[in-house]
Ligand binder design. Structure first.
Ligand SMILES: Nc1ncnc2c1ncn2[C@@H]1O[C@H](COP(=O)(O)OP(=O)(O)O)[C@@H](O)[C@H]1O
Ligand SMILES: [Mg+2]
Length: 330
């Protein structure tokens, strides 16, 4: 049984007395020790999907269908108190901007040990010892000194490492990391992502890694789900998704990010157009207005996800490549 299994998740918002669907029919799962990347442009529904899992959807938003099974139990209908108990202990979340999730007037040590004392019931001394171990594990030198410092005394990369230590502090089995490195430069991003996925693997923690950068994530995830307009449009192992992307959106994302395995003289080509406004109704496939391969049917009928050669893809005209013609040789 997977650690986390999300099935047919639907998220709605109430606006001016009307209900709009922001996330449609999303299904994905994560095993212990595995990393699932959820990838898509801004506004595709990635954060909402994670917030639904951790029970932090804001006022006016709600789960309208589907199920979220964590460690064998359905957590879709947990009340506030039960969700609170899960959060920070069994499931933790790393948010995009560490400056806003770290408390500026509390020492690093306080912020790492707070949860451990509260949720694990550790003594002050035991919590401090664990905090030092954790800082060491996330690659922070001189951890005993660092515990006394405040967030503004650390670089962006260091703050993000502290966030990872906080996320790990109460020994969760699942970590949701929402664009954890967007504010950092690319080299630091790669270091932090590699560190996060390695630590999660070593501790048997499932990791959901949310990002808009399909280029950077592949090396750190076993599986990738690509979201567009509130739907998962393609899902496969990272290796398979890179070898032969089937959805035209995935192909567009891949050709618009720098990759290490494509010669530099191949120009990057961003996908023309912009993602749909989620409150606007788009008939058929939501990507069809931007898709070069779209036919009449694409503008009329929503393509249901179907299995194809190890991929799950929601497209009327998926690209089926024979191995020798794959976009990039594995
Ligand atoms: N409270 C809200 N009310 C209305 N629309 C919302 C609300 N929260 C998010 N949305 C919309 O839902 C869509 C998906 O949001 P989100 O999951 O944050 O996207 P992502 O994380 O992929 O960038 C966005 O277009 C966003 O504008
Ligand atoms: Mg987001």
């Amino acid at each position: 049984m997977p650690l986390l299994a999300v099935e047919n998740l639907a998220i709605d918002v109430e606006r001016d007395g009307q209900t709009h669907r922001l996330v449609h029919d999303a299904s994905f799962s994560v095993e212990r020790g595995e990393t699932l990347a959820i990838v898509g442009e801004s506004g595709s529904g990635k954060s909402l999907s994670a917030l639904a899992v951790i029970g932090l959807l804001s006022e006016g938003l709600g789960i309208a269908g589907g199920s979220i099974t964590f460690d064998g139990r359905d957590i879709t209908k947990l009340d506030e108190q039960a969700h609170n108990a899960l959060r920070g202990s069994e499931i933790s979340m790393i948010f995009q901007e560490p400056m806003t999730s770290l408390n500026p007037v509390r020492s690093i040590g306080h912020q790492i040990t707070e949860g451990m004392r509260l949720k694990l019931g550790l003594s002050r001394r035991a919590a401090k010892a664990r905090a030092i171990d954790l800082l060491e594990e996330v690659g922070i030198s001189d951890p005993a000194q660092r515990l006394k410092q405040y967030p503004h005394q650390l670089s962006g990369g260091m703050r993000q490492r502290v966030m990872i230590a906080i996320a790990l502090a109460c020994k969760p089995s699942l970590i949701l990391a929402d664009e954890p490195t967007t504010a950092l430069d690319v080299t630091i991003q790669a270091q932090i992502l590699s560190l996060t996925s390695r630590i999660c693997r070593d501790h048997g923690v499932g990791l959901v890694l949310i990002t808009h950068n399909l280029g950077i994530v592949a090396r750190y995830a076993q599986n990738v789900a690509v979201m567009y307009g509130g739907r998962i449009v393609e899902q496969a192992t990272a290796a398979e998704l890179y070898r032969a992307p089937m959805h035209h959106y995935t192909r567009g994302l891949l050709s618009s990010v720098p990759r290490l395995d494509i010669p530099r003289n191949v120009p990057l080509s961003p996908i023309a157009g912009a993602p749909p406004d989620p409150l606007q109704v788009v008939p058929g496939c939501r990507f069809h207005p931007r898709c070069a391969a779209a036919t009449e049917r694409c503008g009329q009928e929503v393509p249901a996800p179907h299995h194809h050669g190890g991929h799950q893809v929601a497209c009327w005209h998926p690209v089926i490549e024979r191995p020798e013609h794959a976009m990039v040789q594995a």
